[in-house]
Design a protein around this ligand. Structure first.
Ligand SMILES: C=CC1=C(C)c2cc3[nH]c(cc4nc(cc5[nH]c(cc1n2)c(C)c5CCC(=O)O)C(CCC(=O)O)=C4C)c(C)c3C=C
Ligand SMILES: [Fe+2]
Ligand SMILES: [Fe+2]
Length: 353
């Protein structure tokens, strides 16, 4: 006689599960802040591992692999780890033995958790696209803690495929391996969000007031990207230009004393322009004596701001005859910075909370 088995799907609580069926906690919400990453150390091998992972990402370098592989492995990874390791040493957080990007992102996660104020229900964590803590490990940790809904928040106000999209790709790589996936949302870019623009303006007003000079020119500088990515449809440039325009307007700063530029060119192809370093040198040559730089695209200070802007570009300006130079810090874990992130998170959690 044929025995009809009860349908497990319709009667999940009538226990036909094997004894070792995994127990899963559920019912909580995870908020995962995603940032770029930073090397685990400034030594040659840590730098090399980090740069290899970063520069092997096809979202970052879009060249065909057969063309890129020898350039990366035979040239870049022999020279750059040593040179950049020295740059990282100048900004390293020796107390924690980590890059400032990691220290600041951790603090943002802690302060965001406090601001959301519902630790029973909401778990906040942070992860990196490259190096540690890995996105995979932090998604799994959220699941362990009972989060079956996860909001991913790439900490890039301006969307770019080499940053935002690759952060999401990395999270979905982990989900691809799961039988029971959590529900996942990816927060959209917030380049024109009033909470973000207001936070930038508040922070800049405060830092400008602390200076012993009034800048003749302010440069809003953003991390660069190959011009070809813009031409292929990446909205990053348009997002940066809009952030810059809204920020200047919020400050009421004169249009003819505000410039928008792009930094950190890598390789020989044209990147987004005007270039920050060339602009700084030009202004000094034209007789500008007092200059301030702000980097609204960086949610945390890092190599690109502390070493490249406050270090290298300060020298270009001073060596060119400039007298007063200021780099105005990123939002970091300031109260206004956390308020901006909280506003984005609360909006994107609607329906879940
Ligand atoms: C070579 C291609 C790169 C593209 C395209 C790119 C885009 C891009 N990057 C950021 C933000 C950051 N980048 C940082 C460091 C960094 N960026 C690149 C290359 C590209 N970035 C490299 C190789 C490095 C490492 C340092 C170096 O070797 O020069 C950082 C700082 C990390 C830290 O630890 O401090 C940030 C942040 C954005 C927003 C962006 C957008 C298009
Ligand atoms: Fe970069
Ligand atoms: Fe750089």
């Amino acid at each position: 006689m044929n025995e009809t088995k009860p349908t497990a799907v319709l009667q999940p609580d009538i226990d036909h599960r094997p004894a070792d069926h995994p127990k899963a906690r559920s019912g909580r919400i995870g908020v995962l802040l995603l940032n770029l990453g930073t090397p685990d150390g400034t030594d040659y091998w840590s730098m090399r591992r980090y740069l290899k992972e970063f520069l092997s990402d096809e979202r970052v370098i879009e060249l065909p692999r057969w063309k890129w592989w020898p350039i990366l492995n035979l040239i870049i990874l022999t020279v750059r780890p040593g040179r950049k390791g020295k740059d990282y040493q100048t900004i390293w957080n020796n107390e924690r033995d980590e890059g400032p990007l990691k220290t600041i992102t951790r603090s943002q996660a802690e302060k965001l958790a406090a601001a959301l104020g519902d630790p029973e229900r909401i778990e906040v964590d942070f992860a990196m696209r490259y190096a540690n803590p890995t996105t995979d490990s932090r998604i799994r940790a959220l699941l362990e803690k009972g989060c079956d809904r996860i909001l991913l928040l790439p900490l890039y106000p301006q969307y770019a495929a080499p940053t935002t999209a690759t952060a999401a790709d990395q999270a979905f790589r982990t989900l691809m391996k799961m039988r029971w996936q959590p529900a996942v949302r990816v927060a959209p870019s917030y380049h024109d969000d009033p909470a973000y623009i207001e936070a930038l303006a508040t922070s800049m007003r405060r830092d400008l007031a602390k200076l012993d000079f009034t800048p003749e020119v302010i440069i809003a500088t953003f991390h660069g990207m190959p011009q070809a990515y813009l031409e292929a449809g990446d909205p990053y440039y348009c997002h940066c230009q809009k952030t810059s325009r809204l920020l200047r307007a919020a400050l009421g700063w004169p249009e003819d004393k505000w410039l928008t530029t792009y930094q950190s060119r890598f390789g020989n192809d044209p990147w987004l322009q005007p270039y920050t370093d060339e602009t700084v040198k030009r202004l000094a040559a034209e007789g500008v004596k007092r200059l301030a730089l702000v980097a609204p695209g960086f949610s945390a200070d890092c190599l690109e701001t502390l070493e490249e802007l406050d270090g290298e570009n300060r020298h270009y300006f001073e060596d060119g005859g400039g007298e007063k130079f200021a780099y105005l810090p990123a939002l970091n874990d300031s109260d206004e910075g956390i308020r901006a992130i909280e506003a984005v998170v609360r909006r994107e959690l609607s329906g879940w909370l």
